[in-house]
Structures are given as structure tokens and as C-alpha cells.
Design a protein around this ligand. Structure first.
Ligand code: NAD
Length: 485
């Protein structure tokens, strides 16, 4: 399927598809071959300003006055168009992100349903009447949109993360500017075409491309942007928090993680192994909620490890275009270097790195790293504390429930946690004690568009997805009316 444009990708600003005013372009790559895949026009600061202005005018003149039914209809139309082009977008992500095609297709399956879900819950963005003490006063609340929202995306799940930010922002009545990662902008450009085809008025959705330091920074500090929703690394998130502080903007941050998978001695071992292996393999471990610390009770450690190693030895690493491939490359040379450096650090601090799987049908130049376990890790090692964002898991033993909980919480992150035990009381005690935004018991953490998601500690601020995402895109006004007058 020929899904990549040969001419440089233009940006969508208001009703115009355009190049940047300074005429610059940048390359985007196919990580499986390390070859240039396409060129993309880069926004100058005044292009970012033009996009913000277009979003502001669309909000003031039109979008904030639309009815829930009108917004819902457009979101449903977009859902239908997405379904029509799902396979094409999946191929774009396979070529630009390096996800195996089977995984790209699977991860985009829920996108139309996500858009329909947010279309359906628009009426929930309503206020209530408050029975205040003063009976002469009618006191009620209104839930109102915020205005222009900047949605800033990382490279690991460009499309699912974009759709899950876009749906609630538009549903709540905001207009948006999308800023895809400069590493993987192509699927977002395909989505922008569908947004136009669906009939969203010009300016309601704009897309600008370029680096975080220039385009991203200009966007988040623009005075007409009232909300920033960011997904990416914790260091960048902290920087955005600082950049937006002077204007006291509304900020949602979905950041990094170092999630534990805790295996007790009464666990359904095969299922625990499948979840651990899945987290290592899926998107080459470049998943924010992936469990990267395997905490295993010492009495089942050997058996768990033996089964996990058997599974990992069979992993087919290779070309993402091959339907038999289970694991593709990392997204970039930078990411590959980072992961390999952490494997070296782990060895220096006393862990035992072991690699599995076979690299098949893959060009040598691609950014491949095999599935890696850091055996005999300790909870305080750098490699067990810092986010690596690749196919690497630290394996750590624990003695009992108390120690498991202490180790699980020994992290600056708190995005997710998984635990396997058949003891219901222990499962519930652990679920309560774990400091993380998502906890999964006897299954993997798999986010869904209709349940709230967001981290504790340095994994983020605020929630996305579910009803909370709609609220996160609104502000609440309290009104009182003195009826005695
Ligand atoms: P990144 O932080 O480098 O970049 C993310 C986005 O922010 C990019 O679009 C980038 O251009 C932009 N950006 C960079 N500096 C900026 C600035 N000063 N102002 C405004 N925008 C700026 O992240 P990445 O390397 O693309 O993605 C990997 C990270 O994302 C990992 O840490 C991962 O855990 C995290 N992530 C988190 C979630 C989640 O939901 N919690 C989901 C996916 C990825």
C-alpha cells in the first residue's frame, strides 16, 4: 500500500494547507531501514502564532456556540472516516514508528469507538443546581469550555494518543492545535485530512510541525492558549509546567513510568509470563505503562524466569512490514543508543543483562535491540529506577507482601502497576497501597478510552480518557441569582 506522500507534508493552519513561512523542511525516517521516509514543512514562530489565532477566531466566532448535537455529529463523521482509512493510517505508523503491522492495526481498532464515546458523553458536561443555605438565592454551576488547547504528542503512539486527546477537547467545545512529535508526524497529517473531510469548520483543528524547543515552546507560552495537554517525558513535562506558570495555564501532563509487575507465589504463572513478555515486546517496550520492573517472589522466581526466557527466546524481531514480526525496531538511532547505554550501565552496577529472540527479515541498518532482561537487579540500581523506554526489564526478587509493596513504591514514578495473586485480600491490600494511577490485578494494564488514565507522583498531573477527560477540558462556573429582588 502506497501511503507516504512524495512531496513535503504541509501543515494545516486555519483553512490553509501550507509550508512554513521561513521555507524550512525536516526529514522523518523509517526506523526499520534508517532511510528518509518523507519530508515535512516546519513551522516558524509566526506560523505557530497564525495557528493559535485561527483556533482563537474559530472558537470565538463559531465553535463555542455549537450545540452538543452539532459537535457530536462531526465527531461521529470523523469516526466513520477513521474506520474507512484505518488500514492506511496503520501502515503509516508502521513505516514511521516501526510498529509491526499487526500491532499498528490492533492499536487503532478502538479509535472510532473512542471518538463515538466522546461524541456520546457531551451532554455530561453540564452543571447542577446547588441547595445553598441562603434560600433566597438560586445557585447553579455551568461547565464551560476553556478556549484554545495545545495538544502536544510524543512519538510512541502518535495516533492513539492524539485521538484520545482530540475527542474530549472538541467534545467540550474547545478548538485545538496539534503538535505531533517531530520524530513521527505523518499519521497526524493523515488524520488532519480526515478532520477536514469530516467538515469541521476551518480553525477548529490546526496542525503545526517542528521541534519542541521552537514550535512546542512557542505554542505553550502563547497568551491565547488556555490549556496545554502534554504527553511525553517527565523532564519536558516539568519544563512545560515552568513555561506555562507565569500565565497560570491549565496543564495536563502524561509523563514517564517505571511500572512494577508483581508476581506472588500463588500467581497464574502462565498469564503473568504472557503479560511480562507482552510488555517487553509490544512497541519494542516503548510504552509508558509497560512494566519494566519484574518483582518476583523468591519462591517462584526460578520457575517464572524459566517460562519467561522460553517465551522470549521465540520472539521474532524483524521488519515491521512482515505480518509474522512480533517486535520491530526502536524509533530512532538516539533511542537505540540510549537503550544500549542503559544496558551497559546495568552491567556496570552488577545486574546480568541477557538478550533473547532472533532478528529476522530486518535490514541491518535499522534501529533494532533484542528483548533484554536485567537479571539479579536490585531495586535501587539506576537501571531499575530510570525510565529506559525500550525492550528492557529489571528482574528483582522479594520475600513477602510488605517487601513487595515497599519495592513497588520505591520509584519517583507512579503511572501503573500490575500484580498477580489468587489471594483476593492481598490483591486488594496491594491495590490500595500502591502509589500509581492505574493498577491491574491478574491482567495487564491496557488503557481504554472510556476509563480515566493518569499518573501519580512524577508520572503526571490530571487525567485523560473517560468522563474525567471531558471535565479536564472544561472550567466550572458558579452562578447565583437573588430571587428576592
Ligand atoms: P518528549 O518529552 O521528548 O517530547 C514529547 C513532545 O513534546 C514532542 O512533540 C516534543 O517536540 C515536545 N516538546 C519538547 N520540548 C518541548 C517544550 N519545551 N515545549 C513544548 N513542547 C516540547 O517525549 P518523547 O521522547 O517524544 O516520548 C517519550 C516519553 O513520553 C517517555 O518518557 C514516555 O514515558 C512518555 N509517554 C507518556 C505517556 C503517558 O500517557 N503517560 C504516553 C506515551 C509516552
Amino acid at each position: 500500500m502506497n501511503v507516504i506522500e512524495s512531496k513535503p507534508y504541509e501543515m494545516l493552519i486555519g483553512e490553509r494547507w501550507c509550508a512554513g513561512t521561513e521555507g524550512r523542511t525536516f526529514d522523518t525516517f523509517n526506523p526499520a531501514t534508517a532511510q528518509v521516509l518523507a519530508q515535512v514543512h516546519e513551522a516558524a514562530e509566526r506560523d505557530v502564532d497564525a495557528a493559535v489565532l485561527a483556533a482563537h477566531e474559530a472558537y470565538q466566532e463559531h465553535w463555542r456556540k455549537t450545540t452538543p448535537a452539532q459537535r457530536g455529529r462531526l465527531l461521529r463523521r470523523l469516526a466513520d472516516l477513521f474506520e474507512r482509512d484505518r488500514e492506511k493510517i496503520a501502515w503509516i505508523e508502521t513505516l514511521n514508528v516501526g510498529k509491526p503491522i499487526t500491532h499498528s492495526l490492533d492499536s487503532l481498532k478502538a479509535m472510532p469507538a473512542s471518538l463515538e464515546y466522546f461524541a456520546g458523553i457531551i451532554p455530561a458536561a453540564r452543571g447542577e443546581t446547588i441547595p445553598v443555605a441562603n434560600q433566597d438565592v438560586l445557585n447553579y454551576t455551568l461547565r464551560e469550555p476553556l478556549g484554545v488547547c495545545a495538544l502536544i504528542l510524543p512519538w510512541n503512539y502518535p495516533m492513539t494518543l492524539t485521538v484520545n486527546k482530540l475527542g474530549p477537547a472538541l467534545a467540550a467545545g474547545n478548538t485545538v492545535i496539534l503538535k505531533p512529535s517531530e520524530v513521527t508526524p505523518l499519521s497526524t497529517m493523515a488524520l488532519a485530512r480526515l478532520i477536514e473531510e469530516a467538515g469541521f469548520p476551518p480553525g477548529v483543528v490546526n496542525v503545526v510541525n517542528g521541534s519542541g524547543a521552537t514550535v512546542g515552546e512557542r505554542l505553550v507560552t502563547h497568551p491565547l492558549v488556555s490549556r496545554v495537554s502534554f504527553t511525553g517525558g517527565t523532564v519536558t513535562g516539568a519544563r512545560i509546567l515552568a513555561s506555562t506558570a507565569a500565565d497560570v495555564k491549565r496543564v495536563t501532563l502524561e509523563l514517564g513510568g517505571k511500572s512494577p509487575l508483581i508476581v506472588f507465589d500463588d500467581a497464574a504463572l502462565d498469564k503473568a509470563v504472557a503479560v511480562a513478555a507482552g510488555d517487553l515486546i509490544k512497541n519494542s517496550g516503548q510504552v509508558c505503562i509497560a512494566c519494566t520492573r519484574l518483582l518476583v517472589q523468591e519462591t517462584v522466581r526460578d520457575e517464572f524466569l524459566a517460562r519467561l526466557q522460553t517465551r522470549l527466546k521465540a520472539v521474532r524481531v524483524g521488519s515491521p512490514e512482515d505480518p509474522a514480526t512480533e517486535m520491530g525496531p526502536l524509533v530512532s538511532a538516539t533511542q537505540k543508543d540510549r537503550v544500549e547505554q542503559y544496558i551497559r550501565i546495568a552491567a556496570e552496577e552488577g545486574a546480568l543483562p541477557a538478550q533473547y529472540g532472533s532478528v529476522e527479515s530486518a535490514p541491518e541498518a535499522g534501529f533494532f535491540v533484542k528483548p533484554t532482561l536485567l537479571l539479579d537487579s536490585k531495586v535501587d540500581m539506576r537501571s531499575a529506577q530510570e525510565e529506559i523506554f525500550g525492550p528492557v526489564q529489571s528482574v528483582i526478587s522479594f520475600r513477602d507482601e510488605d517487601e513487595a509493596l515497599r519495592m513497588a513504591n520505591r520509584s519517583r514514578y507512579g503511572l501503573a502497576a500490575v500484580l498477580f495473586t489468587r489471594d483476593g485480600g492481598r490483591a486488594l491490600r496491594m491495590a490500595r497501597g500502591i502509589q500509581a494511577g492505574s493498577v491491574a490485578i491478574n491482567t495487564g494494564v491496557r488503557t481504554s478510552f472510556d476509563a480515566p488514565f493518569g499518573g501519580y507522583k512524577q508520572s503526571g498531573i490530571g487525567k485523560e480518557r473517560g468522563l474525567e477527560a471531558l471535565y479536564e477540558n472544561t472550567q466550572l462556573k458558579n452562578v447565583k441569582y437573588d430571587m428576592s429582588v
